[in-house]
Design a binder for this molecule. Structure first.
Ligand code: CP3
Length: 346
């Protein structure tokens, strides 16, 4: 039994005691406790050691008082299970070996089914079970996956990209190759999320971080159908599905049609517009500019209140940032945000 289920109620657009809030990347380098663990082990080892992943997942619940925990892991974990080497560098972020740019690399990819997923990523269900024990029902646990298009950008570019020239080159020269890659990723993501749901997560978020870099027509061809396939294909067991993209303004209506229960918004869309355009058909998550947290609590309050007011009185708002929290944000400011959202909505 959950002691605080405001987050899940908001996902289902049911009334809540106060607006639930969590923060994307809430367990990260802005926290001293995180940096202390990271001094001793590299990031991937943290992800793959259930004790450490559980410890780090709990930090923001204990320190900030957020209304949901999110599994500590990374969207590139299942990419590694598909047979691509992944490492994380301090300066450039993730670097992938043998990026997929031709038939040859595509054919070599694995698509781990449910049995293989558990064999190759046993640390995921292990971490989930540990976290659920340690949470002891305080707040729900969110599982997640990268959405197919965003995972494809990493698999093709080989790193975080500025212009996505490799994936777009393939999109406009050999669309069939890209579709075949997206199919393989979709199959992998379905099994990967089913593994997390079976282990007990209460909700799942699909991160389509880079989908907003597509034109609306390309989104309709290369991103939306695969998100829909994932949402239809997973055995949800009642878990709400959150679909997040960075740069939603050109694709919001399509995202609303995806079958997701909640749409995660970046900060470049006005919350009032998002409410009108989504027509009360989904819950909305977001959407404070992550940089507002550089400001003093009075500034944070003004901007948070603005979003809360624009969402209005209806049910179904989950407060969050419009993208991940930055590594140099003062922890006190993140904590202040959580308090402010609760105060202003109760
Ligand atoms: O939200 C959470 O607290 C859960 C953990 C989580 C991480 N990454 C931890 C992480 C989640 C949900 C992610 C998702 C993720 N990973 C996304 C989608 C969300 C988004 O931010 O758009 C993406 C694109 C990635 C890929 C990734 N992982 C990049 C580009 C980087 C480097 C950038 C950076 O901040 O260093 C990572 C590394 C990463 N993922 C860190 C953390 C805490 C930092 C690693 C470190 O300790 O050095």
């Amino acid at each position: 039994m959950l002691k605080n289920d405001n987050f899940l109620k908001a996902c289902r657009r049911e009334p809540v005691d106060c607006t639930p809030v969590w923060i994307m990347r809430q367990a990260g380098r802005y926290m001293k406790e995180y940096r202390d663990i990271r001094k001793k082990v590299d990031f991937l080892t943290m992800c793959k050691t259930p004790d450490l992943a559980a410890e780090v997942t709990l930090l923001p619940v204990d320190i900030l008082g957020v209304d949901a925990a999110i599994l500590f892991s990374d969207i590139l974990i299942p990419v590694e299970a598909m047979g691509i080497g992944v490492r994380f560098t301090e300066k450039k972020g993730p670097i992938l070996s043998n990026p997929v740019r031709s038939e040859f690399e595509l054919n070599a990819l694995l698509t781990p089914d449910n049995v293989k997923s558990e064999e190759m990523m046993p640390f995921i269900p292990q971490a989930i079970r540990l976290i659920l024990q340690e949470l002891d029902g305080r707040v729900p646990l969110i599982g997640f996956s990268g959405a197919p298009f965003t995972l494809a950008t990493y698999m093709i570019e080989g790193e975080t990209s500025r212009n996505f020239t490799w994936i777009k080159r393939i999109m406009y020269t050999d669309a069939a190759l890209l579709h075949r890659l997206l199919e393989k990723i979709t199959t992998t993501v379905i099994h990967y999320l089913n593994m997390q749901i079976k282990a007990g997560v209460h909700a799942v978020q699909l991160f389509d971080t880079w989908a907003g870099w597509l034109s609306p027509d390309d989104y309709r061809e290369f991103a939306l159908p695969y998100v829909e396939k994932v949402i239809k294909g997973i055995d949800k067991k009642g878990c709400p599905v959150i679909l997040f993209a960075n740069g939603v303004s050109g694709i919001l209506e399509q995202m609303v049609d995806s079958g997701a229960d909640v749409i995660g918004l970046d900060w470049r869309i006005d919350m009032g517009d998002a409410v009108r355009r989504s027509g009360n058909r989904v819950a909305l998550q977001g959407n404070l500019d992550p940089c507002v947290l550089y400001g003093e609590p009075s500034v944070i309050r003004r901007h948070a209140k603005d979003i809360i007011d624009k969402y209005g009185d209806g049910p179904g708002h989950i407060f969050n940032l419009g993208h991940g929290i930055l590594p140099d944000i003062p922890v006190d400011h993140a904590k202040a945000l959580v308090e402010i959202v609760h105060e202003e909505t109760s």
